[in-house]
Design a protein around this ligand. Structure first.
Ligand code: MG
Length: 225
């Protein structure tokens, strides 16, 4: 057992090194980037579609989609009007910097202002692997339940922004917003939050402004663990 720990550390540090290189490459190309994380079904792809439509004519978007299988999500992003690349992880529960590098090689960054990375749907593993993106965003959704910050603290602790999606369902489910927000506050005080509904469009404007603001939309949290 004791021999396993150094191996894991080595993998992570190689990943972090590559993530730093990716960040430099994005900076050099003038691309500002977001790593979207959430459980399956929280609305990552729906939010991306809304974001592409909402920023059309203002920012040129590209999307890197991570899924275990299929190109359904990249197809949706492309149909919505963005450059899109699909990564199939073949079973891995997260994206890593090596996959990110391969995907970037297929994109012409001269045509891109904002890059959104849709991570694999999972509330544990993606938090541990840096991709070189500038901001980490978590999407929670109302039907998932109000206890998720308490159950998945690592994910909530490490992000720069929190989207609370499917607010249109609040009247129909038992979701105690105050209890949810208390859990978030303990883990990540002053976290910027965007309650919204991708279905109705309510609350989307504040999110779009934050994304479009790029580096002015909130501080990087690279120093956080
Ligand atoms: Mg998706």
């Amino acid at each position: 057992m004791s021999q396993r720990i150094p191996v894991v550390e080595k993998i992570l540090s190689a990943n972090d090194q590559l993530a730093e290189d990716i960040r430099k490459r994005l900076d050099a190309a003038g691309v500002f980037s977001y790593n979207l994380m959430a459980s399956p079904g929280a609305g990552k792809t729906s939010l991306i579609e809304r974001t592409i439509a909402g920023l059309a004519g203002r920012n040129r978007l590209a999307v890197i989609d991570g899924d275990v299988a299929t190109s359904i999500d990249a197809d949706r992003a492309r149909a919505a009007g963005a450059l899109a690349v699909q990564i199939n992880t073949g079973g891995e529960c997260h994206l890593d910097a090596f996959m990110m590098k391969s995907a970037l090689e297929t994109l012409n960054l001269d045509l891109v202002d904002l890059l959104i990375v849709e991570n694999v749907g999972n509330l544990i593993c993606p938090a541990s692997f840096k991709l070189g993106t500038h901001r980490s965003v978590l999407i929670a959704s109302v039907p998932e339940g109000d206890d998720k910050p308490y159950k998945y603290p690592g994910m909530y602790r490490g992000v720069d922004a929190l989207v609370i999606n499917k607010t249109d369902l609040l009247p129909h489910v038992d979701f105690d917003m105050a209890y949810f927000r208390r859990g978030v506050e303990i883990l990540n005080p002053e976290l910027v939050t965007f309650p919204l509904s991708c279905r109705t469009g309510e609350g989307l404007e504040a999110w779009l402004e934050w994304v479009a603001a790029g580096p002015d939309g909130g501080q990087a949290r690279d120093d956080r663990e």
